[in-house]
Design a binder for this molecule. Sequence first.
Ligand SMILES: [Ca+2]
Ligand SMILES: [Ca+2]
Length: 120
Amino acid sequence: MKALMLAAAVLVAAPATAQSGKTMTRADFETQQTRKYQRYDLNADGTLTPEELLKARPTRMDGTAYTIESVRKSLAKKDANSDGKVTVAEAVATEMPRFAAMDANKDGKVTPEEKAAEPK
Ligand SMILES: [Ca+2]
Ligand SMILES: [Ca+2]
C-alpha cells in the first residue's frame, strides 16, 4: 500500500510541460531550451556555472536532489570548446539531438504524440 501511494505521488509530481498538446518545430524547441538555460543563468552573464544550475534547479524530475559534483560533470560535457565555461548556446546545442530523437518520422516537427513517446 505504501509503495502504491509513493507511485501516485510521483505521478502527481511529474511536471506538465508547457509545450504539451502542441506540435513543435525545431525552432520552437531551440527557443524553449534557450529560455530554459537563460533562466538558469542567474546572473545573466551568458554562461552557466554549476552553482547557478544547482540553485536554479536543485532537484531532478523524480524529486531527488542534484549534487554540485553531478551538476559539474553534466555541465563539463556541454562545454563544446573546452574553455571551462558553458555558454547558453553551448548548453542549448547539447539539447538539440533530443529533438531529432523525438522526431520519429523526421519531418522536422514533433507532434504531442511523438513527444509523449520520447524515450526517457
Ligand atoms: Ca551565469
Ligand atoms: Ca565553452
